[in-house]
Design a protein around this ligand. Structure first.
Ligand SMILES: *Cc1c(COP(=O)(O)O)cnc(C)c1O
Length: 347
């Protein structure tokens, strides 16, 4: 069952909305076995969003955006993206027989990230200029032609993404004390907060979590309080200088009594490795940013030991193997038999 079928009554869908799903959502809430113990936290969980059909949480919002676009008669979808948004849009377009057009800035075309979009059959256009120019062009086209805009300014994406908050409450029986997640365009923090509040209004949770957002130091507009012209970080999914849902993020932070803070690339990569080699969970660098922030807040005594804490792992580590491989030992090359092997491995 996908998120539309599971949470229909909480979503802007009706009898005229076509059924679309790739079985997205219903991702596991994995209890920590080792990191929680090492930190002295008794109730630490990971919401493993990398297990969505295209490998990131983007599928939750995209399925609703696609269903609504089809409902309004659109058969062509367009977005400016080089990452997970384009992969997700292309998959749901393929699923529903619609056309997908992805516009990327020509200098920054990273083919490995576009391989999913290309495999799902999207048309990929490299436009001269930076990302903002690509987004402007996409907005312009979608304003003048019967083409649906699928970037995060599409409000249906937030609607779909809030279902992750519902799932956490459904599984824990109540909202956690803390929700940690990365913040890029800030659609996801906005969506989770909306989801928790709607569930509270519906009597499904008695309390709300503190929302804790992590940005990367070289791409921390919300932490700095002003846009970043040339955002830089290894965590490409949060390499955003001027978030589309800025306001949503600061409201979530302030209304919940939470915080949004920046972590360094070094902290992000070391959290990513620790998550993989001590929990068996491989997440992309952006997803490790909130874990890096958790390490710091625990060190500073800012998280109570018996707090129920959920860290959202937004995307699969397989999305960006290059980032991960820079920080691990390469395989040993050996010419020999079982005895040499045993000796080298110190068995
Ligand atoms: C899109 C994305 C983010 C950032 O989410 P926003 O809604 O833009 O804040 C973080 N991690 C991954 C893996 C993503 O795909």
């Amino acid at each position: 069952m996908g998120v539309i079928a599971r949470y229909r009554e909480h979503l802007p869908v009706g009898p005229a909305t076509p059924e679309v799903d790739l079985n997205e959502g219903s991702t596991p809430l994995v209890p920590s076995r080792n990191i929680g113990r090492a930190l002295g936290l008794r109730h630490l969980y990971f919401k493993y969003e990398g297990l969505n059909p295209t490998g990131s949480f983007k599928d939750r919002g995209m399925v609703v955006a696609v269903a609504k676009a089809l409902e309004s008669g659109s058969r062509v979808f367009m977005c400016a993206s080089t990452g997970n948004t384009s992969a997700s849009m292309a998959a749901y377009a393929a699923r529903t027989g619609a056309r997908a057009i992805v516009v990327v800035p020509s200098g920054e075309i990273a083919l490995n990230k576009l391989s999913q979009a290309l495999m799902y059959g999207a048309k990929v256009v490299a436009l001269k200029g930076n990302f903002d120019a690509a987004l402007d062009a996409v907005r312009d086209v979608t304003n003048h032609y019967p083409v649906a805009l699928m970037n995060s300014i599409n409000p249906h994406r937030i609607e779909g993404q809030k279902t992750a908050a519902f799932e956490i409450v459904d599984e824990l029986g109540d909202a956690p004390d803390y929700l940690f997640l990365p913040v890029g365009n800030a659609g996801n923090i906005t969506a989770y907060w909306k989801g928790f509040k709607e569930y509270q209004a519906a009597g499904r949770t008695t309390r709300l979590p503190r929302m804790v957002g992590a940005q990367a130091e070289g791409a921390a507009p919300i932490v700095n309080g002003s846009p970043v012209l040339n955002p830089r970080t290894v965590a490409s999914a949060i390499r955003i200088g001027n978030p589309a849902s800025w306001e949503g993020a600061t409201s979530a932070r302030d209304e919940s009594g939470g915080t949004i803070a920046a972590v360094t690339d070094t902290e992000i990569l070391s959290a990513q490795i620790r998550l993989a080699n001590s929990e068996g969970l491989f997440a992309e660098p952006a997803s490790a940013a909130p874990l890096a922030l958790l390490f710091r807040l625990v060190r500073d005594g800012k998280v109570e030991k018996d707090a129920i804490t959920v860290v959202v792992l937004t995307g699969s580590g397989l999305k960006d193997p290059d980032a991960a491989l820079k920080n691990v030992e390469p395989p040993i090359e050996l010419d020999g038999d079982a005895r040499t092997l045993a000796k080298v491995l110190k068995l």
